[in-house]
Design a protein around this ligand. Sequence first.
Ligand code: BG6
Length: 522
Amino acid sequence: MTDTSSSATFPAHGGDAINAEATIVIFGASGDLTARKLVPALYQLAREGFLSSKSPIVGVARRPKSDEEFRGEMHMAIKDYARDGLGSDELWASFAKRLHYHQLDIVDPAEYPQLDARLTSLEQAQGIGKHRVIYMATTPDLFVPATEALSKAKMIPKPDAVDTLRIVFEKPYGHDLASAQELSRILGRLLHEDQIYRIDHYLGKETVQNILLFRFGNTIFEPLLNRNHVDHIQITVAESQGIERGRGGYYDKSGALRDVLQNHVLQLLCLIAMEPPAMFRAKEIRDEKLKVLQSLREGSKKLSEWAIAAQYTSAEIGGKVVPGYLQEDRIPPDSHRETYVAMDVRVDNWRWAGVPFCLRTGKRLPARVTEIAIQFKAPPLSLFKTVECEGDFCQLVEDRPNQLIFRIQPKEAITLRVSSKRPGMQYQIHPVKMDFSFDQEFDISLPEAYERLLLDVLRGDSTLFTRSDELEAAWQFLTPVLQAWEQPNHKPEEYPAGSWGPKAADQMLARHRAEWRQPNPV
Ligand code: BG6
């Protein structure tokens, strides 16, 4: 691919991408991700004028299918999943025209010249240049064969035209340190780092991006976010669903640590712990995140005290018995794979040394909720102690530590919990909340993570994508844990479906005289 002359509208790195012209090629177009996230997000971008009507969208997969059949499937998908639904018939009709399907055996390089020819003819028909975004929405074992085949078919541009091709890789990016390094090595041989977009959809969430703005766009909180004032930080990514149908095969190879903690949870940790970047640019932000990952340390000498794996068991939720992990579709009945992880880690630097970062994620917990809760130290002197009674049960209540909570989803909000005086003739403590909630402040639906991230790929802004050294640092820290958990004699703890996890995770926090929050879903 050498023709870079014809279109100036595929923006340079970091440029504005209003109405970007590019051919968007989705490998793995028969999959769930394409139907549930990618095409609905592209539809929304097109509707809002971010995607040129000349940009073809080409689904690529092994199954034979006509353009019309593909359009029919995407029509249903958009109806079900696009943020603002399908909208008018004209809107759909103008979008449908640009949807195409190309049958390809992704591992067969001999079939790629035909794909190239098809893309070229679509580009010529639209009068646009060869500016392409390829989205690898395939299983990770196809990343290398697909990229090698693109290279063999000369679909990867020469070094003087690297900006005409960008490839997005879905997670998981490796399954441990060695495999992530190997993947980086191979892709690094075929592609320039600027062409690689490793997606972590959590970074596309509006509230996640707001963490940086909240921290570095205000002066009142940042001086407090350090070891002098913070007691500990809890990061929770809780899901109420179990293993979705058809996902068991993937999940049982992966588990909660690889599926969510290694990427989404650690990215949240980076954003809350990082130093202010010198500039708000991809390189500077990623440099600071990397330092956080390099500073990660285990919170105790004994693995079982700082890293807990657990698996859910069958239980009754809302009058209905739900299966345990071992009874889920495609899960071996003797699997030791964890569906829950809790970790007590440290960020061993000047700002955070000694502050516990308590991380947890799991399936089949009581609610779908993601939040970061910063718990500040208690006041040095407890002046206000009151006895509070609930029925026959009375306890001595002291000032409660302040908490700053970033609610990432649902009901996106930022809350500060402080102590106040309860009106009356005595000094009675009453916890109150100062709230900022997105839906009360802004009368718009928040963009879906994939909308923002696809737009960023089109405009060449990699700020919200992970760099290979970040991934490797994360794997470096976690690989010894995985190795220990994958020993045949290791058995995960158990927790009943619908509960907040195993007792061992509560004991882990009790060592810091702390308790897990039990966030309310609404
Ligand atoms: C994905 C995981 O990356 O994130 C899923 O593979 C998980 O297992 C999902 O359910 C959670 O994302 P969200 O945006 O629904 O919180």
